[in-house]
Ligand binder design. Structure first.
Ligand code: B1M
Length: 210
């Protein structure tokens, strides 16, 4: 039994999406639960990807390919997990701030969070403060994550925090920020709760906040 889970983790690491989907189905057929397969197969594999990415042993293309393989496995499990009402680690609303169209880093963060068991709501790019506010009202997440790649759009992270404050929602969520020009000092200056320099750290930080 442990064999097939290890195989799922290593095939995910190698980015073999079709094989991962087949192995997940085999694991289900052999009687393993969706939760076991998620935790000890898919998430275990993605955790290793995150560690090696952080250490500089894997690069963005490999992470994206591994993330695609994780999605292939998740697609097999998703209906079963939904049916068994398996609890997620927490709900996470994420988006790239207003004026900013860069989404590669944000998508990586989102995929790694999903790999770690978070339920994500992706608002996309160029997300206005009011759209973040509406999403918090609708989805009631534990964490709101904002990404910015332009120095000119970083200011919209602050506008979003202000909008959440004005809507009386600031204290209901934890706020995480990231993106190439963003720093821990900037995060503190604008009143965010956390900053992560990369996708793997974003998962570690989110786990602490959730
Ligand atoms: Co643009 N761009 N771009 N661009 N682009 C940069 C960011 C730039 C640094 C290039 C340069 O001049 N050297 C520069 C910004 C300069 C600045 O502000 N100081 C720039 C510019 C100027 C522009 C335009 C204005 C160009 C123009 O039109 N004149 C324009 C702006 C458009 C807009 O947004 N309104 C523009 C457009 C584009 C493309 C559309 C062509 C494309 C984006 C495609 C896409 O995203 N779908 C693009 C790209 C690809 C880049 C570069 C080359 C690469 C960015 C990237 O994807 N990196 C970039 C130069 C560079 O960074 N080398 C550049 C890979 C990605 C994995 O890293 O996004 O940093 P990153 O994410 C990391 C971390 O930052 C962190 O985790 C990720 C993974 O480890 N992270 C988070 C990110 N979000 C996080 C959130 C978190 C936590 C961590 O918590 C919530």
């Amino acid at each position: 039994m442990a064999d097939i889970l290890q195989k799922i983790a290593s095939k995910l690491y190698e980015g073999e999406d079709e094989e991962v989907a087949e192995l997940v189905q085999q694991a289900l057929d052999s009687g393993l639960t969706p939760k076991e397969i998620l935790q000890d197969g898919l998430i275990a594999g993605m955790d290793q990807v995150g560690k090696d990415f952080k250490a500089g042993d894997l690069f963005v293309p490999e992470v994206l390919i591994a993330a695609r393989a994780m999605h292939a496995g998740m697609n097999v499990l998703r209906p079963l997990l939904a049916a068994s009402d398996s609890p997620t680690v927490g709900k996470y609303v994420i988006g790239t701030v207003k004026g900013d169209l860069h989404d590669i880093g944000k998508n990586l963060v989102k995929m790694m969070l999903e790999g770690a068991g978070f339920e994500t709501v992706d608002l996309g790019t160029d997300v206005a403060p009011e759209a973040f506010v509406r999403a918090v009202q609708e989805h009631k997440p534990r964490i709101v994550g904002m990404s910015a790649l332009l120095t000119t759009t970083m200011v919209n992270m602050k506008s979003t925090i202000d909008a959440l404050q004005e809507a009386g929602l600031r204290d209901s969520v934890k706020i995480m920020v990231g993106g190439a020009p963003v720093t821990a000092a900037f995060a503190q200056q604008i009143g965010a709760d956390a900053y992560a320099p990369d996708a793997a750290t974003a998962v570690d930080v989110a786990r602490k906040l959730a």
